[in-house]
Design a protein around this ligand. Structure first.
Ligand code: CMC
Length: 427
C-alpha cells in the first residue's frame, strides 16, 4: 500500500506522507506544503485537521469508543478512581499502589490556598459566575508562585504543577461556593479522597457525613470528563502552552474555552433548558420543533457532538448513574422525565437521526449534579475539575515534545487590497 498521497496542483506536485496512528487512523502530513507549493489548507473549525500526535486518549466517534491510554472508559468508570485516572493520563500507565499513594501524598501537600488568593476570592460579588472566579483565580496563582514563570520548567516543577493544581482548583471552587452562601469556608481534608473532600468542603454540616456512594458517583463523573483528546479547551491549552506561557495562564485559558455553551457550558444550559420546558408545561415536542427550525437559533442543548456520530459512551454511563443516584437519594426529578422524553422523541425524529445527533456527556450530568446539591451555575466548574488532569496531561505532552512549535495558523486574506490613507475631509 502506498505511503504517500500525491497532490497535483498543475505546475506544482507534492508527495504528502501518509501518517498512520496506532489504531489505524490515517492522516496526511502537510508540513512541507506551503514551503514547496505556496499553498496552505483551509479548514473551518479544524474539522479535518490533526493538530498534533498524541498518545493520551483514543476516540472513535463512529463506533462510540473512548479510551484513556488504551483503557476503555467503561472499565475505568467501573473500577478506577479519579486520582488513579489522573495518574494514568499523566504518566501513561496505571500506578502501583505505592506510586498512587505517593501521587496522592503530593496532592495532599497542597491542601491550602495562599492568603492572597482567599482575599481575592472574598472580593468577588457573591453572585459572580463561578467560572469567572475559577478562570481569574487560576491565572492569579501565577502571581503567587513566580518559580513557575521560568521557562522551561524542570520535570520536578511540571510534576508539582500537576499536583498543586489538582489540589488547589477544587479548594477554590468550594471556597467560593461557601462564601457565596454566606458560610465559612471549610479546610480541605485530602485523606477523604478527591471527590468526598470536595463534597465535604462544599456541603459540610455538623453531624452529617458525605455518603460514600454519592462521593463515588461524583468520582465517576470526574473520570468520564477527565480527557477528550483535542477538543476546544484542550486545543486552547495547547495553543496557549505552545507560546511557553506559564501553566496557570495556560489552564486558565482552557477554563475560558470550556465555559462556552457549545462546549462545557452546555451542562448548565441543558438544565436551564429542561427547566424552561417544565415551566412551559412540559411540552418538549414544541422545543424539538424549535431546535429543528432553521429560523430559530434554539438548539437542543446536550445533543450532538463534533466527533461522536453514533453515541457518546460517556452519556450511556451517565444515564445509568443518573438512575442509580436518584434512586439512592430517593429523588423523583420531573426534569429527568422531560430529558428521557426528549431523548426518545429525538431518537425517532428524522432531523436528529439523519444528522447523527445523540445525547452527549452534558445531557444527563446536570440532573446528577442537581441531585448532589450542586447549583446550576457551578455545573461547568464540575467539568473543569474533571477535565483538569486531561488539560495538564496534554500540556505536559506538548511541552515534553522537542518538535512542538508555537501554534501559529495561517489564513486566507479576504480584505481590501492596498489603498491610500485619506484625510477626514475626503471621507
Ligand atoms: N440541536 C439542533 N440541531 C443541531 C444540534 C442541536 N444540538 N447540533 C447540531 N445540529 C445540527 C446543525 O444545525 C447542523 O444542521 P444542518 O446540517 O442542517 O446545517 C448539523 O446538525 C450539524 O451541526 P454542526 O453545528 O455543523 O456540528 P458541529 O460538529 O460543528 O457542532 C456541537 C457540534 C456540539 C457544537 C453541536 O452539536 C451543538 O451545538 N450541540 C449543542 C451544544 C452541546 O450540547 N455542546 C456540548 C458538546 S459535548 C461536551 C463537550 O465536548 O464540551
Amino acid at each position: 500500500m502506498t505511503d504517500v498521497a500525491k497532490l497535483d496542483l498543475g505546475d506544482k506536485k507534492i508527495d504528502l506522507p501518509i501518517i498512520t496512528g496506532s489504531e489505524g487512523e490515517k492522516g496526511l502530513d502537510i508540513s512541507a506544503l506551503r514551503k514547496e507549493t505556496g499553498y496552505i489548507t483551509l479548514d473551518n473549525g479544524f474539522v479535518n485537521t490533526g493538530s498534533c500526535k498524541s498518545a493520551i486518549t483514543f476516540l472513535d466517534g463512529e463506533k462510540g469508543i473512548l479510551r484513556y491510554r488504551g483503557y476503555p472508559i467503561e472499565q475505568l468508570a467501573e473500577k478506577s478512581s479519579f486520582l488513579e485516572v489522573s495518574y494514568l493520563l499523566k504518566f501513561g500507565e496505571l500506578p502501583s499502589k505505592k506510586d498512587l499513594d505517593f501521587f496522592e501524598e503530593k496532592i495532599t501537600s497542597f491542601a491550602t490556598l495562599p492568603e492572597g488568593i482567599t482575599n481575592m476570592l472574598d472580593q468577588f460579588p457573591k453572585d459572580a459566575h463561578p467560572m469567572a472566579v475559577m478562570s481569574a483565580t487560576t491565572a492569579a496563582l501565577a502571581g503567587f508562585y513566580p518559580e513557575f514563570l521560568k521557562t522551561p520548567l524542570t520535570d520536578v516543577q511540571r510534576d508539582r504543577a500537576f499536583a498543586q493544581m489538582l489540589a488547589q482548583l477544587k479548594i477554590i471552587a468550594a471556597y467560593f461556593y461557601r462564601r457565596s452562601q454566606g458560610k465559612e469556608p471549610r479546610r480541605s481534608h485530602p485523606s477523604l479522597g478527591f471527590s468526598k473532600d470536595f463534597l465535604n468542603m462544599m456541603f459540610f454540616e455538623e453531624g452529617k457525613e458525605i455518603d460514600d456512594e454519592v462521593a463515588k458517583a461524583l468520582d465517576i463523573l470526574f473520570i468520564l470528563h477527565a480527557d477528550h483528546e483535542q477538543n476546544c479547551s484542550a486545543s486552547t491549552v495547547r495553543v496557549i502552552g505552545s507560546s511557553q506561557a506559564n501553566v496557570f495562564a495556560t489552564i486558565s485559558g482552557g477554563i475560558d474555552a470550556l465555559w462556552g455553551p457549545l462546549h462545557g457550558g452546555a451542562n448548565q444550559k441543558v438544565l436551564e433548558m429542561l427547566e424552561e420546558i417544565q415551566a412551559a408545561g412540559g411540552d418538549y415536542k414544541k422545543f424539538l420543533e424549535k431546535a429543528k427550525d432553521k429560523n430559530d437559533s434554539f438548539r437542543l442543548m446536550g445533543f450532538g457532538h463534533r466527533v461522536y456520530k453514533n453515541f457518546d459512551p460517556r452519556a450511556t454511563i451517565i444515564k445509568k448513574q443518573c438512575d442509580i443516584i436518584l434512586e439512592k437519594l430517593n429523588i423523583q426529578d420531573p426534569l429527568l422525565d422531560i430529558a428521557r422524553g426528549l431523548e426518545t422523541e429525538a431518537r425517532n425524529d428524522d432531523y436528529f437521526v439523519s444528522r447523527n445527533l445523540y445525547p452527549n456527556v452534558d445531557f444527563y450530568s446536570g440532573i446528577i449534579y442537581k441531585a448532589l446539591g450542586i447549583p446550576t451555575e457551578m455545573f461547568t466548574v464540575m467539568f473543569v475539575l474533571g477535565r483538569l488532569p486531561g488539560w495538564l496531561a496534554q500540556w505536559k505532552e506538548m511541552r515534553e515534545d522537542a518538535s512542538s512549535k508555537i501554534a501559529r495558523p495561517r489564513q486566507i486574506y479576504t480584505g481590501a487590497n492596498e489603498r491610500n490613507y485619506t484625510p477626514f475631509s475626503e471621507r
